[in-house]
Design a protein around this ligand. Structure first.
Ligand code: FAD
Length: 410
């Protein structure tokens, strides 16, 4: 790894730092005055309202969608500037944004595949946080094997709805669909693709209005007790043809296109994780000091710091490759594995350091730090399945990076 910041990078960082130094304390004090204790621990609706407010402030100063074109209120940030952005946000523990999916994935898809009319219709609402967005890819029998999706969108035309598609089927695990006005959905316009042995074909991307008759969101209660995830059912729901993103059958490419836009947005993770580790050690010092004399736990703390540093270097290696015009491979699946492993390792370490009180849930008497460690212990289980399951990442590395042969048991 070998890179230095250019004058433009340093100017970008200084402008962002100056903005954060002024705006973040103002934002936090306004929310504290309203009785807010922090992102993620005050219930889902309140967290969303806080994120909406934070995104609007970022957007007012062009700090919400740094990768978008300048004439779309972005900054056309370079990969290095993305890493700076991620690290600076982590350094000040900035809140999350309301439309993370919309800003980092769906917006760029609309910019790449959308018509000028579609861009004008949807991009402003993503940025301004006036409309919430979700992403509907997974189905009950299509998660890791996404191309197995079977929810159909059949082209039709009638005097009432004009050119449209009739949608039937079910999506699942759709984050925040119950809050969303719009969602980017992958639907099967050609159900015969299975019979042809070509299941990656016949898939089309649509932008769907979640308020359409025939669409029902049913929240799923997760391990933490929250209901952020949803099943989404479609029964003869009408989606107008002008909501199709890209051509019929191009959905797989639309969906995969932003994966190629890997922008080292995870560069700040090691800062966040190191801060979490320091915070849990500090809390243990005051609530359960004996734990810090336990040689096994001391060893685990040391190893966790080493793993976090390794993650930081992995991100920098990926960044160096991007700067040199090389594919950042196999750092992408490695980083996903590393992130999910450390997230769970830290969540478990916190509970072992804090003792039984660490498991007291938020809202209960005696909960430590508002119950955030207990919540995190359950929540972090998701990291080894969401955004690409661990076994799938290992399979990819084994096959494509290590060139190991597929084992056939039969
Ligand atoms: C918190 C959270 C938020 C999510 N949000 C969204 C969202 O907004 N929109 C959306 O579309 N989806 C979302 N998902 C779904 C997510 O993308 C899927 O859970 C993920 O792709 C895995 O698919 P699956 O759940 O069907 O598991 P499966 O694919 O059924 O996997 C189950 C287990 O089998 C293993 N496995 C599967 N195939 C293989 C194989 N070939 N070899 C070895 N092992 C294998 C997996 O590693 C895993 O351990 C979310 C998931 C979570 C946990």
């Amino acid at each position: 790894m070998d890179f230095a910041f250019t004058a433009a990078d340093l100017a970008f960082r200084d402008e962002l730092r100056a903005w954060l130094d002024t705006e973040l304390p103002r934002f936090l004090s306004e929310w504290t005055d309203r009785g807010d204790t922090g992102d993620g621990v005050d219930g889902f609706d309140r967290t969303q309202a806080r994120r909406q407010d934070w995104q609007r402030r970022l957007n007012n100063s062009r700090w919400a969608a740094i990768n978008w074109p300048k004439d779309r209120h972005g900054r056309e940030a370079t990969p290095v500037q993305n890493a700076i952005y991620s690290e600076e946000m982590a350094r000040v523990k900035a809140p999350g944004v309301y439309n993370a999916n919309g800003i980092w994935q769906i917006g760029p898809m609309i910019l790449q595949w959308g018509t000028p009319e579609q861009q004008e219709r949807w991009l402003p609402g993503i940025l301004s946080a006036d409309e919430h967005w979700c992403q509907g890819f997974s189905e009950p029998d299509a998660g890791s094997d996404l191309a197995n999706m079977r929810t159909t969108a059949i082209a039709s035309h009638d005097g009432v709805s004009g050119d449209h598609y009739v949608v039937n089927g079910q999506k699942t695990w759709t984050s925040s669909a119950h809050l969303a006005r719009w969602g980017l959905f992958l639907l099967r316009t050609d159900p015969t693709a299975f019979a042809r042995g070509a299941k990656h074909e016949g898939i089309t991307a649509f932008i769907v209005d979640l308020h359409t008759p025939g669409i029902e969101c049913r929240p799923i209660r997760d391990l933490t007790g929250d209901t952020m995830l949803n099943d989404v059912f479609f029964t003869d729901a009408i989606v107008p043809a002008d909501c199709r993103l890209g051509r019929e059958g191009e959905g797989w490419h639309v969906a995969m296109s932003t994966l190629g836009h890997e922008r080292v947005g995870t560069a700040g993770l090691s800062i966040t994780m190191a801060a979490d580790l320091r915070a849990m050690v500090a809390t243990a010092r005051s609530t359960n000091p004996d734990a810090l004399r336990d040689p096994v736990l001391r060893d685990r703390i040391g190893r966790a710091f080493a793993q976090i540093e390794l993650t930081r270097l992995l991100n920098y290696r990926a960044l160096t490759k991007i700067i040199n015009g090389e594919p950042n491979w196999p750092e992408v699946p490695l980083a996903k594995l590393q992130w999910s492993r450390i997230a769970q390792l830290l969540a478990e370490l916190a509970i072992d350091l804090l003792g039984p009180e660490g498991l007291i849930a938020k809202g209960e008497p005696g909960a430590i730090d508002g119950g955030q460690w207990a919540r995190n212990y359950s929540w972090q289980r998701y990291t080894s399945i969401g955004a690409g399951a661990t076994e799938i990442q290992k399979n990819i590395l084994a096959k494509k990076a290590l060139r190991m042969n597929q084992r056939h048991d039969s």
